[in-house]
Design a protein around this ligand. Structure first.
Ligand SMILES: Nc1nc2c(ncn2[C@@H]2O[C@H](COP(=O)(O)OP(=O)(O)OP(=O)(O)O)[C@@H](O)[C@H]2O)c(=O)[nH]1
Ligand SMILES: [Mg+2]
Length: 312
């Protein structure tokens, strides 16, 4: 299972305390400073399963800075921690509402700052106080209660009813090797493939009532929120193409009405199962629904090539 959502508390390391101490032989303070606590950074990774590893945790605590020692010895800083997050993840601070987005593989940002170390009493010496008995406590590390939400970043999304042939198309177009079978809901989580540096996402099948939780629901639609173009796959086996088209459009709308504004191409799939004449009639019907309609079949190399060209 691909983990795409989780809650996680991050707490950076506490700063070490400053020490109150005096030279044994000579008079005077020698308490050293506490060290800075380790910060927590977010770094991007292309590994989409990276959130899975985080899902076992509810809290990750940074490394504390060491307390100051005698003889003016400063503590050792807490080592910083890097947390690897898949590109496409939105992170939200549940208390402040602040958000961060991991958009590119080079992204790296500080999310929880380590606490500063406290000063030891040596730092407090002065002409008026040569035996200061004060030292500072280390500051606590920054704490954030966070919500992580991974939305795959793809250029094109393949959507439609179960069994429409979405995964088969992804397999034909790219090097991806998704599971394909003649029963609905074969695809349980999105598959990605690459064609000409463009990322194609095959989304699990939708059905009427998906927005009410039927089938696998519509939670996967978050993964197409960023695509520039939708390939709406409709099988030529459908007994009512127009009705089926609108069912899917309604489910998109229920998730996010903005999805309806995306550029759309209808792919009439599995055309090898119909006669040329039947396909022509179906295309005429679909052309009333979308500007562009393309008939395809994984058994018709020409049609796959046309689709490839269109994507390129
Ligand atoms: N004849 C024919 N069969 C196809 C074609 N494309 C896919 N199929 C078959 O249709 C069935 C469903 O294909 P999938 O690619 O798994 O369909 P899907 O849309 O990904 O289905 P879900 O993952 O359940 O949403 C499989 O048995 C495929 O072999 C096609 O162009 N022609
Ligand atoms: Mg599939």
């Amino acid at each position: 299972m691909l983990t795409t959502e989780l809650n996680l508390t991050l707490e950076a390391g506490k700063g070490g305390d400053g020490l109150v101490s005096f030279y044994k032989t000579r008079k005077g303070p020698d308490g050293g400073n506490g060290a800075r606590g380790g910060s927590i950074f977010i770094t991007a990774t292309q590994d989409l399963t990276a959130l899975n590893n985080l899902a076992k945790h509810t809290k990750i605590k940074g490394n504390d800075g060491q307390d100051g020692g005698s003889n003016k010895k400063a503590g050792r800083s807490g080592a910083d921690i890097e947390i690897r997050i898949p590109v496409g993840t939105l992170i939200k601070d549940k208390n402040s509402g602040k958000t961060w987005e991991v958009n590119s593989p080079d992204d790296r940002f500080l999310i929880c700052r380590g606490g500063e170390g406290g000063r030891g009493n040596w730092e407090f010496r002065s002409s008026t106080n040569v035996t200061p008995k004060t030292a500072e406590k280390g500051e606590p590390g920054e704490v954030r209660e966070l919500y992580f939400n991974l939305r795959l970043i793809a250029d094109y999304g393949f959507i439609g009813f179960p069994n429409a042939g979405k995964s088969s198309l992804l397999k034909e177009l790219t090097a991806a090797n998704p599971k394909i079978a003649d029963y609905p809901f074969t695809t349980l989580e999105p598959n990605l493939g690459v064609l000409n540096k463009r990322i194609l996402a095959d989304i699990p099948g939708l059905i009427q009532g998906a927005s009410l939780g039927k089938g696998l629901g519509i939670k996967f639609l978050k993964h197409i929120e960023k695509v520039t173009l939708l390939f709406h796959c409709i099988s030529c086996e459908s007994v009512d193409l127009t009705k089926d088209y609108w069912i899917i459009r309604e489910e998109l709308k229920a998730f996010n009405p903005l999805l309806l504004d995306k550029q759309e191409i209808i792919l009439l799939t599995k055309t090898d199962l119909k006669t040329k004449k039947e396909v022509k009639t179906q295309i005429t019907e679909l052309k009333k629904l979308a500007k562009k309609v393309l008939p395809v079949s994984v058994h018709d190399w020409d049609s796959i090539n046309k689709l490839k060209k269109l994507i390129k």
